[in-house]
Write a protein that binds this ligand. Structure first.
Ligand code: XMP
Length: 512
C-alpha cells in the first residue's frame, strides 16, 4: 500500500530500528522500515515525505560497511541520519569519522547550537542516549554543526539547503527525554507531514481495500484463537462476510480447555467457521520425536495437509488470510539476519505456495499493540485482544523431549494454575507471555516421608514490546511460592518447580 504520507526508515542493523518506525507512527505519521540497500526507484515509488537512516553496529570505514545508494539524497525529501546514519551522511558528503578518545555510551548531554528546526522549542542543554564509539571529526561539505557535547564538537549537523540532518544520539529511546520532540520537529517542521495515520483510520481503509480486492471470490483463514489471526479475520469478514471461511485446528497441543473456549467464541462471529479435531493425527506424527526443529517441521507439514483437505472440501478458494505482523516482515529484511533461522516459526507457512493461493496479510504493516487497537475499534472483545501470544506448535515446544498424552496431562494443569494465579494477582496484563514448560528430567524429592522421583516444571514469564527482545518478569516471591505449592500439591508427577531468569537474547522466549 502506498501511503499518502510516509517516513521511510532505512535499516542499517540497529537494535533500535523498529523503535524509530514506532515512534514516528506514534506521532500519527505512517512509517515503514526498508533495508538500507533498497533500490532508489523502489524507494521513490513509496513517495516518502522523509527518510531516516537508522543506527547500526558497523563503522563506515569497515570493509563492506553498509552504505545506501547515494541517489537517495536526490529524491527531494528531507533525510535524518541517526548515529551510524549520521556517519553515513558524513562519509558520503566528504566529512570525516574517527574513533572518539572518550567514547560516549549511555547517558550524555548535548548543547544545542541552532534551534531553528530540528531542535525547535527545546532547551539548550538536552539529556540524550549515545551508543557508538565513532564520532564526526570533520564536518561534511555544505553542512554546519547544530549541537555539541563535552567530548564531541559535532553531535548534530544540518545542511539546510538540501534538508539533510544528522544526530549522533538516539532520539527513539526513552533515555532521550526530548527524543519525541526531535522526531516531531523532523516529521512536522521539516518533512511537513500532517499526522493523517492512526490504527483506527487504518481499519476503515483496510476494509474498503479488501472489499475491492476480493470482489466475489472465496477466502480461507487459518484461525488460531490468538490476537493476530482473529483481528485479520474480523477485518476480512467486515469486508466480505460469508465469502470467508475460517478454520480452527485442534492440534491436541493446545492449553487446557482452549479448543472449547475458542470454538464458543468463534461460533458467534460473523464468518463461516469450521473446527477440525486433528489431535490424534498430530500426536501420532510426533511419537518418539525429541528434536525441536523436527517437531516444528512435522507440525507445520501436518497443518498444510489439513488446510489442503479443508480447501478442497470448500472448493474454489482464491485467497488465504494470515495474521502476519510487522516484526515478522522486518525480521526478514533486517541486515542482522532473520531470527527465523534460530527456530522455524510457523504461521501455516508454506501453504499459499503449495495450494496456489494468493496471500492476504492485512496486518503486515502493524505492531502488536497497534493490532490490538485496530481489533478494539472493529469490535474484537478484550478476552481475545488481551491474550498472551501462543506459538503455532503449541505445547509440543514446551514439552522438552517426547510429546505424549501423559506428559500433556502433566503440563496442561501446571500451565493453567500459573495463568490462573497471575490473573488472581493482577499480573497477567503486565506480562507479555507466561507459561509452564515440562523438562525431560526427573529429580528426587520427599513427600510425606516418602522418597519421590518425579518431573520438573519450569515457569517462564517475560515482559517485552514485540517478542523480539524480552526480560524475565519479576513476580513477587509469595506469588511464586503459592504457584509452586499448588503445582506440586495438585499435579501428580511433579515434585519440583523452577523459575526461568533468562532474558532474550541470549535465551529465546520459548524453550524450543
Ligand atoms: P521465541 O521463542 O523465538 O519467540 O523467542 C518469540 C515469540 O514468538 C512466539 N513463537 C511462535 N509463534 N509460531 C508462532 O505463531 C511459531 O512457530 C512460534 N514460535 C515461537 C513465541 O511464543 C513468542 O511470543
Amino acid at each position: 500500500m502506498v501511503h499518502s504520507e510516509a517516513i521511510i526508515v532505512l535499516d542499517f542493523g540497529s537494535q533500535y530500528t523498529q523503535l524509530i518506525a514506532r515512534r514516528v507512527r506514534e506521532l500519527g505519521v505512517y512509517s515503514e522500515i526498508k533495508p538500507y540497500y533498497i533500490q532508489v526507484d523502489e524507494l521513490k515509488a513509496l513517495r516518502p515525505k522523509g527518510i531516516i537512516l537508522s543506527g547500526g553496529p558497523s563503522s563506515v570505514y569497515a570493509e563492506k560497511a553498509p552504505l545506501p545508494h547515494v541517489d537517495i539524497f536526490e529524491l527531494g525529501c528531507p533525510v535524518l541520519g541517526i548515529c551510524y546514519g549520521l556517519q553515513v551522511i558524513a562519509h558520503l558528503f566528504d566529512g570525516k569519522v574517527g574513533k572518539a578518545q572518550h567514547r560516549e555510551y549511555g547517558r550524555a548531554y548535548i548543547r544545542v547550537d541552532d534551534s531553528a528546526d530540528l531542535f525547535r522549542d527545546l532547551d539548550t542543554q538536552l539529556e540524550v542516549w549515545m551508543s557508538h564509539g565513532d564520532f564526526l571529526t570533520v564536518i561534511p561539505h555544505g553542512f554546519k554543526a547544530i549541537a555539541h557535547t563535552v567530548n564531541a564538537p559535532i553531535a548534530a549537523i544540518k545542511n539546510a539547503k538540501r534538508q539533510i540532518y544528522g544526530i549522533q544520539f538516539h532520539p527513539e529511546v526513552v533515555h532521550t527525554p526530548s527524543g519525541r520532540e526531535i522526531l516531531k520537529n523532523f516529521a512536522f517542521e521539516i518533512c511537513r507531514c500532517t499526522a493523517d495515520w492512526s490504527p483506527e483510520a487504518f481499519g476503515e481503509t483496510t476494509v474498503q481495500e479488501l472489499r475491492q480486492k476480493i470482489g466475489h471470490k472465496k477466502v480461507l483463514c487459518a484461525l488460531s484463537g490468538g490476537v493476530d489471526s482473529t483481528v485479520a479475520a474480523y477485518l476480512v469478514a467486515r469486508a466480505i462476510g460469508h465469502q470467508l471461511t475460517c478454520v480452527f485446528v485442534d492440534t491436541g497441543l493446545l492449553r487446557q480447555d482452549e479448543a472449547a473456549q475458542v470454538c464458543d467464541f468463534y461460533a458467534q462471529a460473523a464468518f463461516d467457521f469450521c473446527f477440525v479435531d486433528a489431535s490424534k493425527r498430530f500426536l501420532t506424527k510426533l511419537q518418539g520425536i525429541v528434536d525441536p526443529e523436527k517437531k516444528r517441521k512435522i507440525i507445520g507439514e501436518e497443518f498444510i495437509r489439513i488446510f489442503e483437505e479443508q480447501a478442497s472440501q470448500i472448493g474454489d478458494i482464491d485467497y488465504l488470510v494470515q495474521g502476519t505482523l510487522y516484526p515478522d516482515v522486518i525480521e526478514s529484511v533486517s541486515v542482522r539476519g532473520p531470527s527465523a533461522t534460530i527456530k522455524s516459526h510457523h504461521n501455516v507457512g508454506g501453504l499459499p505456495d503449495k495450494m496456489g493461493l494468493e496471500l492476504i496479510e492485512p496486518l503486515r504493516e502493524l505492531f502488536k499493540d497497534e493490532v490490538r487497537r485496530v481489533g478494539a475499534e472493529i469490535g474484537v472483545p478484550p478476552l481475545i485482544l488481551e491474550r498472551h501470544p501462543f506459538p503455532g506448535p503449541g505445547l509440543a515446544v514446551r514439552i522438552l523431549g517426547d510429546v505424549t498424552a501423559e506428559r500433556l496431562d502433566i503440563l496442561r494443569p501446571a500451565d493453567k494454575i500459573f495463568i490462573e494465579e497471575l490473573h488472581k494477582h493482577s499480573l497477567y496484563h503486565h506480562i507479555w507471555q507466561a507459561f509452564a514448560v515440562l523438562l525431560p528430567v526427573q529429580t528426587v524429592g520427599v513427600m510425606g516421608d516418602e522418597r519421590t522421583y518425579e518431573n520438573v516444571v519450569a515457569l517462564r514469564a517475560v515482559t517485552s514490546m514485540d517478542g523480539m527482545t524480552a526480560d524475565w518478569a519479576i513476580i513477587p516471591n509469595d506469588v511464586l511460592a503459592h504457584i509452586s505449592n499448588r503445582i506440586i500439591n495438585e499435579i501428580k508427577g511433579v515434585n519440583r518447580v523452577v523459575y526461568d531468569i533468562s532474558s532474550k537474547p541470549p535465551g529465546t522466549i520459548e524453550w524450543e
